[in-house]
Design a protein around this ligand. Structure first.
Ligand code: BEZ
Length: 208
């Protein structure tokens, strides 16, 4: 059965471009952006790896460790990283898992046989410091992911955790958030002394 939001992210020990890692120990108290790609030396994947590397400071600012994965070997990954750096003008420093026997890809349901029997699709798992899966996304091989969206959902999850709020459609950092309907007005007066805009009793916006 596939992994779902709220599940504990399965632990594993596996070779990467930065040596063997035991996932839970490696993640420590950080958030993790675990993402798979179909194959090294392919065009969409090259742009995605480059973009992740270019955004290293943005991930670090959010306490997030990127962790790539494909079913290619460490040797292939290392050769490809030179190419990613060269073509995407970056210096890729996060680990990429070499899942040559598909152990992690199977555990995380990253291989979708209708798309490919052997290569991973573009899966995303955002995993919190308690090792809980907080968000999943799955993209086909032909569509590169939107990394602004990946940073945005991390911001939304972290803001939600910090202030016990939800975030509306197209929310970005700094925009108004939603007071969950489970919070009574009486409780909200304590939790949100700054007040709120009440569009409906179930639709209350505030600034945090
Ligand atoms: C790509 O990264 O461009 C790609 C990889 C596998 C299948 C299709 C596209």
């Amino acid at each position: 059965m596939s992994l779902r939001i709220g599940d504990t992210a399965p632990d594993f020990t596996i070779p990467t471009t930065k040596g063997d890692i035991s996932f839970h120990d490696w993640a420590g108290d950080k958030w993790v952006f675990l993402f798979s790609h179909p194959a090294d030396f392919t065009p969409v994947c090259t742009t995605e790896m480059g973009r992740t590397s270019q955004l290293a400071d943005e991930f670090a600012a959010r306490n997030v460790l990127p962790l790539g994965l494909s079913t290619d070997s460490v040797e292939e990954h290392l050769k490809w990283i030179d190419d990613v750096n060269d073509t995407q003008n970056t210096d890729l420093s996060f680990p990429i898992i070499a899942d040559i026997d598909h152990a992690v890809a199977q555990a995380y349901d990253m291989i979708h046989p209708g798309e490919s029997e052997t290569a991973a699709v573009r899966s995303v798992f955002i995993i919190d410091p308690n090792k809980k899966i907080r968000l999943t996304m799955t993209y086909p091989m032909s569509v590169g992911r939107n990394f602004d969206e990946i940073l945005r959902v991390v911001d939304a999850l972290q803001t939600g955790d910090k202030y016990k709020v939800a975030t509306p459609a197209d929310w970005v950092m700094g925009a108004k958030v939603i007071i969950p309907p489970s919070v009574t007005n009486q409780a909200a007066r304590t939790q949100f002394p700054q007040g709120w805009d009440e569009v409906r009793p179930y639709l209350r916006f505030t600034k945090v």
